[in-house]
Design a protein around this ligand. Sequence first.
Ligand code: HEM
Ligand code: HEM
Length: 190
Amino acid sequence: MTNARSIAPFETSARYTRVAIALHWLIGLALLAQIAFGFLLDDLAPRGTPARAATINLHKSVGIVLFVLIAARLLWRLRHAPPAWPASMPAWQHGAARFGHRTLYACMVVAPLAGYVASNFSKHGVRFFGARLAPWGPDLPRVYDALNGLHVATAWLLTALIAGHIAVSLKHALIDRDEVFSRMWPGASP
Ligand code: HEM
Ligand code: HEM
């Protein structure tokens, strides 16, 4: 059956595969922790304190690892179609979910990428778990500020989208009581 929702052409089952579920929860939970870490940076290590550099470099290092995982997930997803929508879901919800998921993926890519590129237009560069990666760009504070602004804006957008995403998935589980939640839940039957 052709599945208009997917980039890969054929659906294979009514559930997400084990790989899709594992990647969703691994990356989803790690992203929530990384977002919280980002927003707490100034409380954990205020600017000008000795702990600042190590703390921000830990955020950068974890963010780079997350970016690699996200890129792998996206490449995998482009080759594997998700299950077809439940018959009970109206067409406008298919469109809304497709748009929401695509925007989530876009923010998951742009947020860490903008942070990484920004860091390379600063003399500080990145210390990747202690190993100094010399910046490949010049020290340009205005470029750094613009890219850092993009990093912060996409992190906020990601936070808002995730809040909406969690709310909608709970609505499916608790109000609609369809299989949308259980097909992404490890081990649950549709
Ligand atoms: C922590 C609470 C979360 C819950 C309860 C949850 C629930 C779900 C459910 C039920 C689906 C399947 C929707 C469907 O059947 O089409 C899904 C898909 C998805 N979730 Fe989550 N999610 C959570 C966190 C996250 C986070 C933090 C992200 C990160 C941005 C995320 C990104 C996605 C994406 C991109 C999809 C689409 C999968 C695809 O078709 O490729 N989720 N989520
Ligand atoms: C998906 C991964 C990432 C997420 C979700 C994320 C999220 C965040 C958040 C929420 C903030 C706080 C924003 C604010 O209120 O000012 C932040 C700050 C920051 N992030 Fe990330 N980040 C990620 C990856 C990265 C990477 C890969 C780098 C660089 C290599 C980076 C560098 C920074 C820097 C330098 C700040 C401090 C900005 C400032 O206070 O001026 N982040 N991040």
